[in-house]
Design a protein around this ligand. Structure first.
Ligand code: FAD
Length: 433
C-alpha cells in the first residue's frame, strides 16, 4: 500500500505502520509503533493527518450509523463515515448537515478534529457547535464520553484538537430540516474589494450562506474583484428540476503544474465574467456546496510537486487593510489559484481550544509548490497576518512557523495537557518544537 497522503500531496512522509480500524470497540494492538494518529479521508492539506514515526490509524472502516432520531434530526455515527454517506441518508428524509466544509469527502472524525466551518459561519458557527457528544478512546485504555455539558474540558480539547487527544470513535450531532435538496442562490458581481465589503455586509444580514470567489491576480482598481454567492435552502414547491451529477476525473499526474500565470489569468477572467443571477435561482445543493467534488482527483493538476493552501483569518478591525495587502502581495508575485475564497466569520466563539474560526475575515487560496520561491512568498504573507493579529488554519498548513502557530493559538500550552502521550503528528512536532 502507498503511504497515505494529505490532499495537497505534501509533505510525503511514510509512517512506520498503518492500521485499519474496522470495529469501534476493538482493541488497538499494543505492538503497533508509537506515536499513533488517526487518519480520516486525507482531505486536510498538509501534515495534521500525517506522521513519519509511528502508526496511522485508518478510520474509514468505522462507517456505521448508530442511531438516527428522524423526528428531531439527531444522528449518531461512527467517526469514519464521510459527509457524503451522511447526506445520502439524511437528504431524502428532509434533513441536512448543520455546517459543511467545501468537500463532502471529509469524515465526521476529520470534521470534528479540524472543527470545520462552512458558508454559514456567520449564522451557525462551526460544525462542533452542533455536536452533542462524542466518544474518545485514549491510549491508556480509558474511554471518555464528552460534550458541551459533560467532561467539558475534554470536549473543548478534542473539537478542533487536530486528532491529538486520542481516537474519536463516534459522534452525535444535530441536523437542520430542509424541504428539498435544492438551494435558492443569488449571485452578484463586485468590481473590487471595497464593493465586496459593502455587498457582503448587506447579503450576510439576509442570507444564511454566503461565500465570495475572487480573482487574486486582478490589480489596481479591480483588485479583489469577484462573485459572491448568497443562498438558503429552497422553500417547498410543487415542481423541482431534475438533477444528475456529472463527475469527471483528472486521469494522470502531469509532470508539472497546469496552474500557472497564463492559465490563471484566463480562467479567473472567464469565471468573473460568467452570467450572474441577481434575482436568484435554483441550484442543487451538490454544486453549490461542493463544486470541486465533481472533479475527482483535481489535486493532480498541480503536478507531482503538490501544492500548498494558504488560509488565514484576520480580526475584524484589521481585515480590510490586511486583505488588501495580502492580495497586493500575491498579485505582485503573479501567484495564486484559480478562484481564491473570501468569507467573513461571524462572532460566535468556537468551542475548541485550537479551533481556527473566529470573528474576522478568512482568505484561502492554493499555490503550486515552486519550492523556495513559494516559501518566500508565504513569509511575506505571514508578516501581514502576524502584524494584523491573525492566524493560519492548521488543517490547511504544511509549513507555518512555530511562532505564528503559537501567537495565533494562545491556548496551545493549556491544550497540550490534554494531548494523549502516545499520539502525535508531523504538524504538532513542527509547531511545538
Ligand atoms: C476541496 C476541499 C474543500 C474544503 N473546504 C473546507 C471548508 O470549507 N472548511 C473547512 O473547515 N475545511 C475545509 N476543507 C478541509 C477539510 O474539510 C478538513 O481538513 C477535514 O478535517 C478533512 O477531513 P478528513 O476526514 O479527510 O480528515 P483527515 O484529513 O484525514 O484528518 C484531519 C485531522 O483529523 C484527525 N482525525 C480524523 N479522524 C479522526 C478520528 N476519528 N479521531 C481523532 N482524530 C481524527 C486527523 O488526525 C487530522 O488531525 C476542505 C478540503 C478540501 C479538499
Amino acid at each position: 500500500m502507498n503511504s497515505p497522503l494529505s490532499w495537497n500531496r505534501l509533505p510525503r512522509v511514510s509512517p512506520d505502520a498503518v492500521y485499519r480500524l474496522t470495529q469501534r470497540s476493538a482493541d488497538i494492538p499494543l505492538h503497533l509503533p508509537r506515536p499513533l494518529l488517526a487518519y480520516g479521508n486525507g482531505r486536510s492539506y498538509g501534515d495534521v493527518c500525517l506522521t513519519e514515526q509511528g502508526t496511522l490509524l485508518l478510520t474509514r472502516g468505522l462507517d456505521r450509523f448508530i442511531s438516527f432520531d428522524e423526528q428531531n434530526g439527531i444522528l449518531r455515527c461512527e467517526a469514519g463515515i464521510t459527509l457524503q454517506e451522511i447526506l445520502e441518508l439524511i437528504v431524502p428524509r428532509g434533513w441536512f448537515l448543520p455546517v459543511t466544509p467545501g468537500t463532502r469527502m471529509s469524515t465526521v472524525g476529520g470534521a470534528v478534529s479540524n472543527d470545520v466551518h462552512g458558508k454559514n459561519h456567520h449564522t451557525s458557527g462551526t460544525f462542533c457547535h452542533h455536536v452533542r457528544c462524542l466518544e474518545l478512546w485514549r491510549s491508556d485504555g480509558s474511554i471518555i464520553e464528552c460534550g458541551p455539558e459533560k467532561h467539558q474540558q475534554w470536549f473543548e480539547a478534542t473539537v478542533g484538537g487536530l486528532g491529538l487527544t486520542g481516537l474519536i470513535r463516534w459522534v452525535e450531532f444535530g441536523l437542520i430540516p430542509i424541504e428539498n435538496p435544492w438551494m435558492w442562490v443569488e449571485s452578484r458581481r463586485f468590481a473590487n474589494l471595497d464593493e465586496f465589503w459593502t455587498l457582503n455586509h448587506q447579503l450576510e444580514s439576509r442570507w444564511p450562506y454566503t461565500v465570495a470567489w475572487i480573482d487574486c491576480l486582478a490589480s489596481g482598481n479591480a483588485r479583489g474583484r469577484g462573485l459572491i454567492l448568497a443562498a438558503d435552502h429552497a422553500a417547498a414547491r410543487n415542481e423541482l428540476p431534475k438533477f444528475k451529477e456529472r463527475r469527471r476525473r483528472v486521469p494522470i499526474d502531469p509532470p508539472f503544474s497546469l496552474v500557472n500565470r497564463v492559465s490563471l489569468r484566463a480562467l479567473n477572467g472567464l469565471y468573473y465574467r460568467q452570467p450572474i443571477k441577481p434575482q436568484g435561482g435554483l441550484t442543487h445543493y451538490a454544486p453549490y456546496f461542493y463544486p470541486l467534488d465533481t472533479i475527482q482527483d483535481w489535486n493532480r493538476i498541480y503536478g507531482r510537486q503538490g501544492f500548498y493552501q494558504y488560509q488565514c483569518v484576520i480580526p475584524p478591525r484589521e481585515a480590510e487593510a490586511a486583505t488588501a495587502a495580502l492580495l497586493e502581495t500575491i498579485g505582485r508575485r503573479g501567484e495564486g489559484s484559480f478562484l481564491a475564497v473570501l468569507k467573513t466569520f461571524g462572532n460566535k466563539s468556537s468551542l475548541g481550544m485550537l479551533s481556527f474560526p473566529r470573528a474576522g475575515t478568512t482568505l484561502a487560496l492554493d499555490f503550486p509548490n515552486r519550492g523556495d520561491k513559494t516559501l518566500r512568498l508565504f513569509e511575506e504573507l505571514d508578516a501581514i497576518v502576524r502584524e494584523a493579529g491573525g492566524a493560519l488554519y492548521p488543517g490547511k498548513d504544511a509549513r507555518m512557523p512555530a511562532s505564528l502557530f503559537q501567537s495565533g493559538f494562545p491556548q496551545w500550552e493549556a491544550f497540550s495537557k490534554y494531548v494523549d502521550p502516545n499520539f502525535s503528528s508531523e504538524f504538532w512536532r513542527r509547531v511545538t518544537s
